[in-house]
Design a protein around this ligand. Sequence first.
Ligand code: BES
Ligand code: ZN
Length: 867
Amino acid sequence: MQDHKTIYFKDYLPSPYSVVSCALEFIIEESSTRVENIMEIKRCDPNAKELRLDGEMLDLELIWVNDILYCEEMYTKTEEALILPLDCNSARIRIINRIYPDQNTALEGLYRSGGIWCTQNEPEGFRRITYFIDRPDVMAKFTTKIIANKETCPVLLSNGNLRGTATLENGKHMSLWEDPIPKPCYLFALVAGDLGSITDTFITMSGKKVDLAIYCDRGNENKCHHAMRSLKKSMEWDEYTYGCEYDLEVYNIVAVDSFNMGAMENKGLNIFNSHYVLADEETATDTDFMGIESVIAHEYFHNWTGNRITCRNWFELTLKEGLTVFRDQSFSADMNSELTQRLDDVRALRERQFVEDAGPTSHPIKPDHYMEINNFYTATVYEKGAEVIRMMHTLLGRERFRTAMDRYFENFDGQAVGTEEFLWAMETQSPVDLTQFKRWYSQERTPTLRISVQYRPDSAELVMKIIQNVPKNAQNKEQLPYAMPFKMALLAPDGSEYPLISDDITLLHENVLWIENQIHEICFKEISQPPRLSLNRGFSAPVIIECDTIDYPFLMANERDGFVRFEAAHRFGIETLESMMAGNAVNEHYIESYGAMLCDPTVDPMFKSQILELPTITTLMQRQEIIDVAAIVKVQEELKRVIARRYFTELQTMINALFDPSNVLIDGESMGKRALKNRLLGLVMSLDEESIRYLCIRQYRESLSMSDRLSALDLLENYAPNDVGEALNDFYSRYKDQTLVMNKYFGVCASSRREGTLGRVWALQNDPAYDPKVPNLVRALIGSFARNPVAFYEVSGEGFRFVADKVIEIDALNPQIASGLAGAFKNYGKLSVLQKAQMAMELERIKNHPDLSNNVFEIITKILEAE
Ligand code: BES
Ligand code: ZN
């Protein structure tokens, strides 16, 4: 049994020693790699007597301190560290060790993806490469010499600028890289292999030339162009928006197939999951193209928010991730539609982060303890972290926010800092004191604002009462109210806005309130008629609104704030479905408002496709006390059929008008039309209609765009069991050799609502295209199944058993991927007695498994403790 240690923020101490420089030499051989590491060490704490270097799974060969070869008696070596007595102010340490990238299935440190050698060191992977002080506040200048076989490894890359290459004897060659900018070791990267590439250049705002390259498996070069365009747009945007210029001579991106995450911002050498680089119209969906643009931007933006200014320790992760997500979201909004982007971001936040925040693994965006830091790259640290930054942006306004960012860059460039430093910079520009606002960093859970109003016709006043409720945290402790900007409007019958006039409220800008108290009462004056409420415009605060006096049909028809308009449809949909679940007939008013939106030719197609989406199973599950997936699916499908029947003619006409199978353009208009058409097709497919099924088959066969083809396949899978076989076979034989497309195939099968999904997933594990060592494939097959509520919560409990088996099996290979999968059990506390007993058995079985990783142990114990 391992000891599962908890690490606390309060125990943080600066490192007693620093590493000034680190010269690395890698000799890459077929079955192992030899690493030589020469470090200049400085003592920072004059009382320090012992240097502790992190190191795991390393074969230590030789070690010298100040050119003295040490024998085993002169140091202590444990499973996790090398401890050297060191009572001097500076020292030169030279270490030679050996590592085995081929046996590395955890994909941390140096490993092999396909034939390519590559690295992943955030957060604590570098200790699997060589001995080092592996923490983000230790920043060193790195140089890297790589020696490998010239034929099998023509490409040798590391961080920084290329300083030399040479051909060596025995068919070897070498390259030497120098990174002039000190960095923590989690940003170190190395790539070696036989790769294809595309290249380009970028001239920075001060006129410096940067060589750009994107590397990938040979044969995929023509799928890299969208990524390259995205990179250049990101570089330009960061100069224009924040004055941030790139600082090296080269910027390299490498796409690999085996990667635990989406991508990694290593200095000058980003390593990407190939899913976020490779795309063409035939094999990538519109969502894939958008994803590439935003992930390329995200990693690029880290160069300033993450690399030049990094985190003092891993508790501060949101400093770089929340901020960089906010930056990539702003970029995507500027490149595409601001409203579409906002709706997608809010949707993702509520479907993932709100669920996490309400469940057993909830934590503040800045956690104060962890067992395994890899478990904290969460929707909370990322997406809620980005919302917290966005609230400051709303509070300060664009210009003052930019000034505050300038302060942040000026004051902390080259340092490892925390959120306190960031907040200091914001505070210099803030119109209000941020003390209470900072609770967003230390508290968890989503607050609810209960809003009620009273209109006084005699005085033409509206009194609005806001009661904030913050749930107890995961340790069952009371929490305090949050401060937030709250954007709202009061609408006259024609949709115009009353000016907000009030004595007793902080009005930040014309329609943004600053809310701090647990109970807030505000009196708005000069409101000549009872107004309609437009609340939390643009989703200015990440909260849940409860209000009984919102006029959904009015807002759906007249509101100018796109978010509130969307929200009205969304909430109206939720209420309609919940009422149906309670046994009531379909709300006729909803069907009418839906139809009005559907038939309104002035609404932008992408927005229309977003607003016409019915509330998802996840959304409705979240609101249930005891989860009942079958009940949700039943009313969802019924509502779809009612709408489809009522507007059948209109739907058919619109679908036909939008049907454009040869359009493969990736512009906003084409993407919007595809999204809308596929949304509408989904509605009519719920009816058992021959003509519609035929249309769907035609779309599958004739579409040249993967978005259309995949949507058709998914609809056939769920609604046309007799026709889907042929389409699935066709899809398989076309794409069986393209792993990124096979992810989609596995995804469609494992997400199916049809009976027998578990059996099919089971069988697909033996498909030649499947490999449990490749995270993308595990996520596509096993992950999709675990996220498929219909199959996972199926009454026999076999879904639970299957996923538990996979968690155990994959944990032995890759703990990070296994703990992601273990999150599937997060609704444990909300199950019926029977289902809870079934899941309890599986959770205990996982927990008692010998040699369980910290990663899985932490997640499973939190879930079990919560209820
Ligand atoms: N720094 C992370 C990558 C990372 C995360 C490495 C966890 C090691 C452990 C990177 O910047 C990142 O955040 N990537 C995201 C994508 C991004 C667009 C949110 C990812 O990989 O999911
Ligand atoms: Zn990031």
